[in-house]
Design a protein around this ligand. Structure first.
Ligand code: ADP
Ligand code: ADP
Ligand code: ZN
Length: 217
């Protein structure tokens, strides 16, 4: 299955993606994770991406589309993939459509996780990530068993620079201006499913599964 997860920053895309890929057995492709890996490896791509991410802005389409094309062309994506955080602009969505057409395939579903704006600030400022394996936590809503320690690998938890309150506000504005228009773009294509993301994590997973025609409840 070829799936796109859509939603504002903090909607729960990464959290749900980690769960969904274990059930669907497709690769989890997160442009945010790819940029963060490039930053920690000190590559040129990382340096460029960081300059935008730190300001809460999007990395330019030409760069982002380039890394997605390379990734989706890899053989493990032939049977399917789960895109998390891409596309985020109309030009990215159009580039993805062209790529699917070139590969004689198409997207099966776009899952739009909807969460009211005022809930997103709490989610983002309370988010913590494992420095080692990337598992996502929340200080209140999804806390690790031991403070600051990853349940999965024992790694240290940290707060992303772009999850500090000042940057969060500009990211939410960027979402409204540049990403929210994708909702009607995919609605018109008849592949959009909107799920209420303001529910417990497992309830959201069950509804995402339902939208995909799977029964996980
Ligand atoms: P996104 O990838 O869309 O930015 P994340 O999956 O990183 O979102 O989730 C953002 C924050 O909200 C994290 O701290 C996560 O633990 C928390 N979170 C995710 N889903 C829920 C939920 N259903 N209810 C409450 N908190 C959630
Ligand atoms: P979140 O889900 O919390 O918004 P991500 O980890 O998906 O965070 O993205 C972090 C940052 O990486 C974004 O704020 C943006 O700067 C950059 N980024 C990720 N995906 C894209 C994309 N598709 N286009 C442009 N920039 C992106
Ligand atoms: Zn970990």
């Amino acid at each position: 299955m070829k799936i796109v997860l859509l939603g504002p920053p903090g909607a729960g895309k990464g959290t749900q993606a980690d769960i969904l890929v274990k059930r669907l057995l497709v690769p989890h492709i997160s442009t945010g994770d790819m940029f963060r890996a490039a930053i920690s490896n000190g590559t040129e791509l990382g340096k460029e991406a960081k300059s935008y991410m730190d300001k809460g802005q999007l990395v330019p389409d030409i760069v982002t589309v380039g890394i997605i094309k390379d990734r989706i062309s890899m053989s493990d994506c032939r049977e399917g993939f789960l895109l998390d955080g891409f596309p985020r602009t109309l030009p990215q969505a159009e580039a993805l459509d062209s790529l699917m057409e070139e590969m004689s395939t198409s997207l099966d579903a776009v899952l739009n996780i909807s969460v009211p704006l005022d809930r997103l600030i709490d989610r983002l400022t309370g988010r913590r990530m494992c420095r080692n394996c990337g598992t996502i936590y929340h200080l209140l809503y999804n806390a690790p068993e031991v403070e600051n320690v990853c349940d999965a690998c024992g790694g240290e938890l940290y707060q992303r620079d772009d999850d500090k309150e000042a940057t969060v506000k500009s990211r939410l504005e960027v979402y409204e201006a540049q990403t929210a228009p994708l909702i009607s773009y995919y609605e018109q294509k008849g592949i959009l499913h909107t799920i209420n993301g303001d529910q417990p994590i497992n309830a959201v997973t069950a509804q995402l599964g339902e939208a995909l025609g799977e029964n996980w409840s």
